[in-house]
Design a protein around this ligand. Structure first.
Ligand SMILES: Nc1ncnc2c1ncn2[C@@H]1O[C@H](COP(=O)(O)OP(=O)(O)OP(=O)(O)O)[C@@H](O)[C@H]1O
Ligand SMILES: [Mg+2]
Length: 243
């Protein structure tokens, strides 16, 4: 994967600059190529903190490609090349000094297909906090694992089988395990790439409830006058049409 600065000039208005300053994640003139294929063209997008933002677009328009830019998963694709500016809290995500492991702890990801590690249910969730030194002892690690499973709506179903392999769970349970794994390291941003597409309606409802949960928590803590009466604000950004 290669990255270079934007070839085209970015025209920025004062309003766009304000949006950018408020943004948790900001994209300016982002282009992605897979070899000759120009998969993402001139994407400008600001994603604010403490909100759920949905990207909607037809198959092949670049939703997954864009998400993978944010935590540099495209680095793993040899032919992928990312141009333009992508920032997290104003810092360049593609700066050479960025530690990609740390970046992915800050920006977690849940994929379309559940992909638990070939480890126990406990270790799937405890692995991240352990390698990032988030728990000073076993009691603290237990606490993180249990809280994450609880938040993912899975604890009741697995609390008596934490030593069993994560891969032995049902598809919906595996996806909730992956969500527990993602939230266990307290990421600032969670990227979810169609996490419910392989799930049945009941498992989908559980995951959707979970997606709402952090926003609802914030909503109660910092009641926003415009949204105090209803659901948390869920703005939808329409992504590009194909090409
Ligand atoms: N690893 C890759 N190598 C080559 N081309 C790729 C690669 N990944 C994606 N593409 C191409 O880039 C374009 C955008 O793909 P992407 O997977 O980001 O779309 P999407 O919007 O997520 O689609 P879907 O809704 O089907 O998941 C498509 O034309 C796709 O064929
Ligand atoms: Mg996709």
């Amino acid at each position: 994967m290669a990255q270079s600065s934007a070839a085209a000039a970015v025209v920025s208005t004062p309003a766009a600059e304000t949006e950018r300053r408020l943004a948790k994640v900001s994209a300016r003139d982002v282009n992605v190529y897979y070899g000759e294929k120009h998969a993402l063209k001139h994407v400008d997008l600001d994603i604010r903190a403490n909100e759920v933002t949905a990207l909607i677009g037809p198959s092949g328009c670049g939703k997954s490609t864009f998400l993978r830019c944010i935590n540099r998963m495209n680095d793993l694709i040899d032919i992928a090349q990312v141009n333009g500016s992508l920032t997290l809290d104003g810092d360049d995500i593609y700066d050479k000094k960025v530690d990609v492991v740390q970046l992915r702890a800050r920006v977690g990801m849940v994929f379309q297909k559940p992909n638990p590690f070939p480890k126990s249910i406990y270790d799937n969730v405890g692995y991240g906090p352990r390698i990032h030194g988030m728990a000073k002892d076993q009691t603290e690690l237990d606490e993180i694992v249990m809280t994450s499973l609880e938040k993912a709506g899975l604890l009741a179903e697995v609390k008596d089988r934490l030593d069993e392999p994560g891969t032995g769970l049902s598809g919906g349970q595996q996806q909730r395990l992956c969500i527990a794994r993602a939230i266990a390291v307290s990421p600032e941003v969670i990227l979810m790439d169609e996490p419910c597409s392989a799930l049945d309606p009941i498992a989908t409802a559980k995951v959707e409830e979970l997606i709402d949960e952090p926003a609802r928590e914030l909503h109660h803590r910092h009641r926003h006058p415009l949204h105090a009466a209803g659901r948390p604000r869920i703005p939808a950004h329409r992504l590009l049409p194909p090409g």
